[in-house]
Ligand binder design. Structure first.
Ligand code: NAD
Length: 521
């Protein structure tokens, strides 16, 4: 692939050219890394308390521009302005607040309780990775990279950020916010280009790659990273299941399915794409969901009355059409939507079902568009099996009035997150970990646990006091006495308390001999 010299930002609703920017030449990347390294050395020398405090300045700068940022996200990505506000910017503000508060505590040195070696102490200390790469998609073009950048920088790293080539203006906006908030120059550097620039970025050997995007690209990134042994964090696609139990409130369940399936026009990694409904209620559920779908207003995101914006790019239309063409040919029932039009952007919300639905791509492959596929189950066990019959494992939801049954089901689901009587939204909760299993990737972000993805862990092991510094009994030379003493140690692991107590006097005596008489080399 030849790198483009200009990158266009288009309004997906109209195709209008919004702005152009020069692509970043790949031969400029070494200089980006050099500058990042210098900035990172100075930044990481600051105590984490100060680095975390900087987040409140960033929050203030953002709060001053909330409406403009929401407008830009809506314009460049095509989602309704309300979705930009509620689903990207509010979680981003919450994320800043959360990490400003918890980062200093989350990365404090951590003592490890010792077992056999009670005379020694261990602790974990954390240190930054260095210069990391953040490579992100276009569907949540603000929140996803912003969260990773905030976590990376607060933990003392520098970031080279490659936003999606589709939504690079929003990437540039993130860069501007950090600059306005007074972060050191070069700590965050944004580069502009397509996948070829992304792969050139990996060749510069960042300390870690935080990638969010498709499975296909995730595999390429992991293969390229493997050549340099670069660790990767992969947030990939999903085919998320919603299980609706027989006791569910139908009005609630259908509203959850409606928003879960069609917000951001279904272009959400955690979208509800498969609905598994108890057979006793499937007819009523489907009828009510259909009624609600017909009331959704769809169109240009500039019109604030619309519930669905436009899909962001042509590629999504091709997937939608290919899956629905196959489904039609296999006799699936398309209950609404599913109409292909020349207008490349408006894909109507589509509900699809039928006896063979579980065999079709529309049920098994990520659509990433406004399509939900409905199937049924008879027993709870069958619902669990059907939900787990997927190569993806990002999120699943359970809708029921029976919270304990929902919890039982949740613990059987092979996914990174289960929401009970909620859908989709926990990637917007900074205090909860986010990340999938299976083809949905690996590694967690958000939460105190997620912060650890951005640091190296250093284990420090030392004597409790200088009184306990003596040559270790396992050092050279090996002797019969040494063997007999160590052999006695095994008695400490016996189930019998008497056996354990009996071992003690000899062990203590022998170890004293070690220290006094059995000279180590
Ligand atoms: P994509 O994989 O096409 O692109 C993502 C990013 O990778 C872009 O910036 C792109 O330029 C870059 N890229 C492409 N080829 C590359 C290469 N060879 N080396 C390095 N970088 C490369 O994905 P997309 O279409 O932008 O996003 C949609 C996908 O993202 C969906 O599959 C969706 O499920 C997934 N996604 C996952 C999550 C999650 O949290 N799990 C969140 C959002 C989106």
């Amino acid at each position: 692939m030849i790198a483009m010299s200009k990158l266009a930002s288009l309004n997906p609703a109209t195709g209008e050219l919004l702005r152009e920017i020069d692509t970043t030449p790949t031969d400029a990347l070494p200089e980006y890394f050099r500058k990042a390294r210098e900035a990172q050395m100075r930044w990481s020398a600051l105590p984490i308390r100060k680095r975390a405090a900087a987040l409140t300045s960033l929050r203030e700068v953002m709060l001053d521009q909330i409406d403009q940022i929401a407008e830009l996200i809506s314009l460049e990505n095509g989602k309704p302005r309300f979705e930009a506000l509620a689903n990207e910017l509010l979680p981003a503000i919450e994320l800043l607040t959360y990490f400003a508060r918890i980062s200093p505590h989350a990365l404090q040195d951590e003592p490890i309780p010792m077992g056999l070696m009670k005379h020694r102490q261990s602790e974990l200390t954390y240190w930054p990775l260095g210069t990391v790469a953040v490579i992100s998609p276009w569907n949540y073009p603000f929140l996803l990279p912003f969260g990773e950048i905030v976590m990376a920088i607060t933990t003392g790293n520098a970031v080279i950020f490659k936003p999606s080539e589709i939504t690079w203006q929003i990437g540039l906006k993130i860069q501007e916010l950090f600059e306005l908030a007074g972060y050191p120059t070069d700590l965050l550097q944004t580069i502009f280009g397509d996948g070829s620039l992304g792969s050139a970025l990996i060749e510069q050997k960042p300390a870690k790659i935080f990638f969010t995007g498709s499975v296909a690209t995730g595999k390429k990134i992991m293969a390229a990273a493997a050549l340099h042994l670069i660790p990767v964090n992969l947030e990939l696609g999903g085919k998320d299941a919603m299980i609706v139990l027989g006791d569910a409130d139908l009005d609630y369940a259908t509203s959850a399915a409606l928003w879960g399936g069609f917000s951001n026009s279904g272009q959400v990694c955690a979208s509800v794409e498969r609905i598994i409904v108890h057979e006793s209620i499937v007819q009523d559920f489907t009828r009510l969901l259909l009624e609600k779908v017909t009331k959704l207003r769809q169109g240009n995101s500039a019109d604030q009355q619309n519930d669905l914006g436009v899909i962001t790019l042509d590629r999504q239309k091709q997937i939608y059409e290919a899956q629905l063409t196959q489904a039609k040919a296999q006799g699936a029932e398309i209950l609404c939507g599913g109409i292909f039009s020349d207008d490349r952007r408006s894909l109507q919300p589509t509900i699809i079902t039928g006896p063979k639905i579980e065999e079709l791509d529309v049920y098994n492959e990520e659509t990433f568009g406004p399509v939900v596929a409905i199937t049924t189950f008879r027993s709870v066990q069958q619902a669990i099996e059907k939900a787990n019959q997927s190569k993806y494992g990002l999120l699943a939801s359970v809708i029921t009035k029976n919270l304990s049954l929902a919890h039982y089901i949740a613990k059987q689901l092979e996914v990174g997150t289960v929401t009970i009587n909620e859908v989709v939204y926990t990637a917007g909760l900074p205090e909860t970990p986010w990340g999938g299993v299976k083809n949905s990737g690996f590694g967690k972000k958000h939460s105190a646990r997620g912060l650890q993805e951005f640091v190296n862990v250093r284990h420090i092991h030392r004597p409790r006091s200088m009184l306990f510094v003596f040559k270790s009994p396992w050092w050279f030379p090996y002797t019969e006495f040494q063997y007999a003493t160590f052999r006695k140690l095994f008695d400490l692991y016996r189930r019998s308390l008497t056996a354990r107590i009996k071992a003690f006097p000899l062990l203590i005596w022998n170890f004293v001999q070690f220290i006094k008489k059995e000279k180590r080399l």
